[in-house]
Design a protein around this ligand. Structure first.
Ligand code: DQA
Length: 142
């Protein structure tokens, strides 16, 4: 199997950005944990973070053509704004899991709506880093 993990804007600051909301683990910690788990199961995994919407969209387009079976995406603030990322995911045939570290429903009203959820097969919010682990387990079990 082959899985793509995408992290949206500001997630490069994980560990130092509002740790009371997002926790103290860094993005490298998250990606290393996921890589270890995927490799143990014989899966190919690519992890990418970008602060640029178009870079995330290009990565989704590439995933249409390179045998990627599943995309795990934390679109961060683009969750609430990006029809373009939704459209790109709609052009991808595999499994899509949307992950949020925080429980977006417990936060400001503008975080309650997700464009990405219109496409996602599953959504995990509020479990912190464990949400990524659960998402990876789900796609690898599929
Ligand atoms: C987030 C929630 C979003 O509302 C926010 O803009 C983020 C991170 C989360 O992981 O909880 O940047 O996606």
């Amino acid at each position: 199997g082959k899985v793509l993990v995408l992290h949206g804007p500001n997630l490069n600051l994980l560990g130092s950005r509002q740790p009371e909301i997002y926790g103290f683990e860094t993005l490298d910690d998250v990606n290393n944990m996921l890589r270890e788990k995927a490799v143990m199961a014989g899966w190919d995994i690519t992890c990418l973070q970008s602060n640029h919407e178009g870079v995330l969209i290009d990565a989704i387009h590439a995933a249409r053509l390179d045998g990627t079976q599943a995309i795990i995406i934390n679109p961060a603030a683009y969750t609430h704004t990006s029809v373009a990322i939704l459209d790109a995911l709609n052009a991808f045939d595999g499994h899509v899991i949307e992950v949020h570290l925080s429980n977006v429903h417990k936060r400001e009203a503008f975080r309650h709506h997700s464009y990405i959820s219109l496409r996602a097969d599953g959504v995990i919010a509020g479990l912190g880093v464990q949400g990524y682990r659960a998402a990876l387990e789900a796609v690898m079990a599929n």
